[in-house]
Design a protein around this ligand. Structure first.
Ligand code: 18C
Length: 255
């Protein structure tokens, strides 16, 4: 308790539902902070060491080619700007496991196996099988958080992180090859208020940053994997943001 109160004075305590006594509290805060730090350090164009693999209007997808023990683990990042939706909305739909299968086309199933708190749960996800490779699965926690916006200079952001973990309910078995991942969706809403002050969906834009570090868990042919990533990540970002636009079009704006 004492340690907590001392720390609270120097660094702001994150507004999260997960209790500081929860065994995953430290890990979740560490992973979330490192994503926010990475975003702040990043150059807008990513021109340095990142290679652009797809560009379509505001959408840009970059990768870095990295292999570990012959396995492709290319870090991937994408930026996109979409009109008519907020960062809160984008993050909400990305995080909400009850709608995941409405927009996910690479999964066969997705089930919440434990809720850690209102903003954090662990899910088991089975990927669609890609012939002739064995079926993959993934177990990860998903955490949603509102960050900043305390002052005008402080960007108002929402973040969702999907981060692999072990779970006693779903141990690694020989049924699936387990993939591991560290995925983040970070969003910032830009509002251009009209003269009459009445903000509609035409006046809002969402700046999205998506990063994915995925380890396929077992060998997969590098060239095939890279070709599939190049096609699938842009497709996912377009399909998912369209899904959010459709889902929110007739709803009040969730700021
Ligand atoms: O972030 C996304 N979704 C989230 C919520 O569901 C979650 C991500 C989950 C799964 C991400 C899977 C990423 C690829 C896995 C590679 C598996 C390798 C399989 C190897 C088989 C040989 O955070 C959106 C994720 C969007 C993912 C787009 C890429 C999808 C690639 C699909 C795999 C295709 C492999 C083809 C290789 C063929 C080799 C024979």
């Amino acid at each position: 308790r004492r340690a907590m109160s001392i720390r609270a004075k120097s660094t702001p305590v994150p507004k999260i539902a997960l209790s500081p006594t929860h065994p995953k509290y430290e890990e979740i805060n560490k992973v979330v902070s490192s994503h926010l730090l990475r975003l702040d350090e990043r150059t807008e164009t990513g021109a340095d060491t990142w290679q652009c693999i797809a560009e379509d209007g505001e959408l840009k997808v970059y990768k870095r080619e990295i292999e570990e023990n012959g396995m492709v683990v290319d870090p991937l990042k994408a930026v996109h700007t979409v009109t008519g939706i907020t960062g809160h909305e984008v993050c909400h739909y990305f995080w909400d496991v009850s709608v995941r299968m409405d927009w996910e086309v690479t999964l066969d199933s997705s089930d919440a196996i434990e809720w850690l708190s209102e903003d954090t749960f662990v899910s088991h996800n089975v990927l669609k099988r890609v012939w002739p490779a064995s079926t993959r699965d993934a177990v990860f926690w998903s955490h949603i958080r509102h960050v900043g916006g305390e002052s005008d200079e402080d960007p108002n952001r929402w973040i969702v992180v999907n981060y692999s973990c072990d779970h006693p309910k779903i141990p690694v078995s020989n049924k699936f090859v387990r993939i591991t991942m560290n995925v983040a969706m970070i969003c910032q809403t830009i509002i251009e208020p009209p003269a009459d002050g009445n903000i509609t969906r035409d006046n809002i834009r969402c700046k999205i940053s998506y990063t994915a570090d995925v380890n396929p868990g077992g060998w997969a042919p590098a060239s095939v994997l890279r070709a599939v990533y190049k096609r699938e990540y842009p497709r996912f970002l377009k399909r998912f943001t369209q899904y959010v636009m459709d889902a929110t079009a007739d709803k009040d704006i969730l700021f």
